[in-house]
Design a binder for this molecule. Sequence first.
Ligand SMILES: Cc1cc2nc3c(=O)[nH]c(=O)nc-3n(C[C@H](O)[C@H](O)[C@H](O)COP(=O)(O)OP(=O)(O)OC[C@H]3O[C@@H](n4cnc5c(N)ncnc54)[C@H](O)[C@@H]3O)c2cc1C
Length: 377
Amino acid sequence: MAEITPIPLRALTTLRVGAAPARMIDAESRDELVAVLREVWASGDAWFVLGGGSNLFVGDEPFDGTVVRVRTEGIERLPAPPGRVRLRVQAGHSWDDLVAYAVSAGLSGIEAMSGIPGTVGAAPVQNVGAYGQEIVGTLVEVELIDERGGEVTVVPATELGLGFRTSVLKEHYGSVRERSAVILSVTLELEEQGDGAHPVAGAQLRQALGLDVTEAVTLRWIRDRVLEIRASKGMVLDDADPDTYSAGSFFQNIIVPAAVARALPPECPRWPVHPDLDRVTVVPLAQYDGMLPPAPGVSPDVKISAGWLIEQAGLRKGYRIPRSRAGLSTKHALALTNRGGATAEELAELARLIQVRVHSDFGINLQPEPVLIGIEL
Ligand SMILES: Cc1cc2nc3c(=O)[nH]c(=O)nc-3n(C[C@H](O)[C@H](O)[C@H](O)COP(=O)(O)OP(=O)(O)OC[C@H]3O[C@@H](n4cnc5c(N)ncnc54)[C@H](O)[C@@H]3O)c2cc1C
């Protein structure tokens, strides 16, 4: 455990804003992480843990507390049922390095999430996902340390409240976390697929990759293609591309009842939301296309595109408030970006304008996806 001279958060977050906090500690091993958290919690100081800083929007004023950088690494293979492999991964390990490892080892289950920035420990916090794959699909359990009591426990994925970009560990804007805890390691169970070509499961992923149901491709091919598509949207970090100086999607796509979605213009992109089924539903194989039908009698929820609403509200890709150094990505209307030297307040001003415009045109309140610290919308 090393207390270091605090580094400005603008150098450690992908939105590139934020001053140096009062105190900063690096934890390089699991035991150091446990020790430093217990020490900080005993002191009563304000605190937060920092992974890759790719889902954080911090304010301009220095954070008056301790920032703990999670820099633990390592992948360990655990016993698993035949045909499957369990990986226990330390929280500070790079998520994309884990995906690259899995793909090169012929393990499937996370390849569609190639290129998501950040650390493995932060991935369950908002149940990261892309192209229809989410970490909830492969997550077995996490090793957690709870602020209350400082105990380390192994918690099954089913107890983490994982949903669309949420979990009990995420601090959503305007509300406190349901469980104040830090993930020390994550255990995933992946399928042994090998280097061969296979048909791709999941309609959303096939659609993104331009594949039909029977077309067979390798995991490597999927990873390369996903990285290519994401890069074209500014969704892979690239120091040379200001469209990636973002927190990814700044606002969440919105989940509304089908009746509300019907009131929106038909061109508004929408996707079915997988319902929580509490009984066995038999879906004929010939009709199954990666989506489960809603339970009978339940009005299905629908996910609608926040990026589309923003563009329809007149704020197109590349939009900037005059004289502001914050702007929408030129590739993706849902990504707020720092065009160079923007303050957190400049980014917040743009975010507020978007919220007001979308609300006045569609009556919908857009909710920020990143965790906000020291800044309000
Ligand atoms: C270009 C770009 C593209 C993106 N694309 C996607 C995408 O496709 N899908 C998606 O879901 N997300 C996406 N994101 C968002 C982001 O990459 C993910 O949310 C990622 O998991 C954040 O990891 P991090 O280590 O950077 O977390 P940080 O930003 O460091 O932290 C985020 C939150 O998690 C907490 N946290 C961090 N580590 C831990 C831990 N070990 N235990 C408990 N809490 C912790 C932090 O305190 C903070 O509250 C994108 C972001 C960018 C910049």
